[in-house]
Ligand binder design. Structure first.
Ligand code: ZN
Length: 147
């Protein structure tokens, strides 16, 4: 997909390419909670395994296919949330959404993810960046709902 007339350097920052070529926390985890999602607009897929213990994301891994924005966002996200408490992770999700959807400046706790701020200039690609975060959110929700 091309976006004529806009500077692609803003979209494909070096850190994004690096995570796309060498995704972190790629794979599966036995016995983990499994969640997945697709972005039909771009054909992106994310499958994620999350282990939550003691209100902490003890382990997380993902597999997927799709564009560099969707896959690098997932890779950077797993690095930022692994080992964090659920409260910290919820804050990161809120900060990432604010940056991508509301035009907020990147919060300090987003780390390398600030590289994705340039994607907000390409509205159709925001869904690519958000995909893994929406999947993560689902993975954090209680697997059983009280009757
Ligand atoms: Zn995409």
């Amino acid at each position: 997909m091309s976006e004529p007339g806009l500077p692609l350097d803003d979209l494909y920052r070096e850190v994004i390419i690096d995570h796309y070529r060498k995704p972190r926390n790629r794979g599966t985890i036995d016995g983990a909670r499994h969640v997945e999602g697709v972005n039909p607009v771009c054909g992106d897929e994310i499958r994620m395994d999350v282990v939550i213990e003691d209100h902490t994301v003890k382990d997380i891994a993902f597999e997927g296919a799709g564009c560099s924005i969707s896959q690098s966002s997932a890779s950077m996200m797993t690095e930022e949330v692994k080992g964090r408490t659920l409260g910290e992770v919820e804050a990161k999700i809120a900060h990432f959404r604010a940056m991508m959807l509301d035009g907020a400046e990147p919060a300090a706790d987003l780390g390398d993810l600030e590289a994705l701020q340039g994607v907000t200039k390409f509205p159709v690609r925001v869904k690519c960046a958000m995909l893994s975060w929406n999947v993560l959110q689902e993975g954090l929700e209680p697997s059983t709902t009280p009757a």
